[in-house]
Write a protein that binds this ligand. Structure first.
Ligand code: AHR
Length: 491
């Protein structure tokens, strides 16, 4: 039995909708083929952007989208991606398969995508191989409304009005692919580059410094100490890799050992956020600086037969559980975590959409993000959980992860994951501070732990109505099926 207590009259903070953010890099078929097919493609599109992708992403309610990388960002020179497409210079995408990038998807196309799917742009600037001037001129090009060399160039390229640019990142993984820097050196570079990220419009640009990966607490410490006062956000990257970086494990061919290890490793996100936040608290007890988890998700061996540098992988019920767990963790830390970006949006890593020529499928991860989006901008509610354990080969993790919020209409939403692949969980939840007692719900599960959707069978893992919960005398009761994700609405 898993027991919970919901204190519906104890809001703990607001779940920033931006924790439901995404990331699209010039990597494999994320942009080209996945999102952008060009205006002359037989695949239905608006100015080159696929209609089926626009429709699926609008349904998902994507609040923010990070672009152009990733590692690609620190090799990207934005001026190569503007103006007539036929005259745009090419470049080698050295990180991702060594393919030739034609720069047909650039600033205008990205901003167009954001407008079409109604999302906020988050652009990551080039510190590793770009200049301060280049970064400064990009900001001027995008956001300056008056007459200036860059604003006039933007007009010449067809855009009269400046765009909104709410979020800007100063470099990516500067400790690795973004320049192999030491934190002291990057902290100084951050101070310098961000100075020229000028404020031209009325909306303040939220500047995000490159943060740590995994357990690199020293990076967070140095950045907060040396540059904390000059940033609004500090990033964190963590990927769930069931095996090692050399042999990560198959996305679809796995048994309970890999299922368990993957979930165990996904849980590490909670520890990481807690520890990085503790360091941030020393320098920023008011929690002014947001922790921006701008890369997270599963990373497996690439799909057999595909280009290793394209990072294409399938997405199973296991990924759905990983997604649900991460979102519940982000909710819990909503005072510090102000944004998170799943890597990556289409055809790369833990993608929400997979495309194959003109076909598109929604992955199990897509469905979880869609089911959970009721938490966007809602008030986190205090939920005490005493979970049964899920024990495997002498190791254990909590069988259940849960979080609760109240939305602007007053409805309460509880999202639940049962990680145990065999055992249902009997759940009781005392509802305190509310008289609401009408429950409805949705469930995502499948017959096997490695079930997934493919182009012949796109709905093997798809949400269904869940009517197995009820409220009796102020107590919510349900049986949470094995290996499932459930979102309940209580009105
Ligand atoms: O998401 C793939 C890559 O992972 C990104 O380009 C990089 O930032 C990270 O190492």
């Amino acid at each position: 039995m898993t027991n919970m207590i919901l204190n519906a009259d104890q809001p703990l903070g607001t779940i920033n909708k931006n924790i439901y953010g995404h990331f699209a890099e010039h990597l494999g078929h994320c942009i080209y083929g996945g999102i952008y097919v060009g205006e002359d493609s037989p695949i239905p599109n608006t100015r080159g952007i696929r209609h089926d992708v626009i429709e699926a992403l609008r349904e998902l309610k994507v609040p923010v989208l990070r672009w152009p990388g990733g590692c690609f960002a620190d090799e990207y020179h934005w001026k190569d991606g503007i103006g007539p497409k036929e005259t745009r210079p090419t470049m080698i995408n050295t990180h991702w398969g060594g393919v030739t990038e034609n720069n047909h998807f650039g600033t205008h196309e990205f901003m167009d995508l954001c407008e079409l799917i109604d999302t906020d742009p988050y652009i990551c600037g080039n510190v590793g191989s770009g200049t301060v001037q280049e970064m400064s001129e990009w900001i001027e090009y995008i956001t300056f409304g008056g007459r200036s060399p860059m604003a006039d160039l933007r007009r010449k390229n067809g855009r009269e009005e400046p765009w909104r640019l709410p979020f800007f990142g100063v470099g990516n993984e500067s400790w690795g692919c973004g320049g192999h820097m030491r934190p002291e050196y990057y902290a100084d570079l951050y101070r310098r580059y961000q100075t020229y990220v000028r404020q031209y419009g009325t909306e303040r640009i939220y500047k995000i410094a490159c943060g740590a990966s995994d357990f690199n607490y020293r990076w967070t410490e140095v950045l907060m100490r040396e540059a904390g006062g000059l940033m609004q956000g500090l990033s964190l990257h963590y990927y769930t890799v069931p095996g090692t970086w050399q042999k990560k494990g198959s996305a679809t061919e796995f048994g309970e050992d890999e299922w368990f290890t993957t979930l165990q490793k996904a849980l590490v996100m909670d520890e990481l956020i807690t520890k990085h936040s503790t360091i941030m608290d020393i320098y920023d007890p008011e929690k002014r600086v947001g922790l921006i988890v701008d890369e997270w998700g599963t990373w497996y061996d690439v799909m057999p037969g595909t280009e290793p540098g394209f990072l294409r992988q399938q997405n199973t019920l296991r990924d759905a559980l990983v997604a649900g767990l991460h979102l519940n963790i982000f909710h819990k830390h909503c005072e510090r975590v102000q944004m998170a970006n799943l890597a990556q949006m289409v055809n790369v890593l833990q993608a929400v959409l997979l495309t194959n020529e003109g076909d598109l499928i929604r992955t199990p991860t897509y469905h979880v993000l869609r089911m959970f989006n009721v938490h966007q901008d809602a008030k986190l509610l205090h939920l005490g959980v005493t979970s049964e354990s899920y024990v495997h080969q002498g190791e254990e993790i909590p069988a259940v992860s849960a979080s609760a919020s109240r939305d602007h209409t007053g409805a309460i939403h509880i999202s639940l994951c049962n990680f145990d692949p065999d055992m249902d969980q009997e759940i009781t939840c005392a509802l305190r501070g509310t008289e609401q007692n009408t429950v409805s719900g949705e469930i995502l599960t499948a017959a096997r732990i490695n079930d997934h959707n493919d182009f012949d069978s796109p709905d093997v893992v798809a949400p269904k109505t869940f009517s197995g919960a009820r409220v009796v005398d102020g107590v919510l009761q349900l049986t949470l099926p094995a290996k499932s994700v459930v979102v309940l609405t209580i009105q």
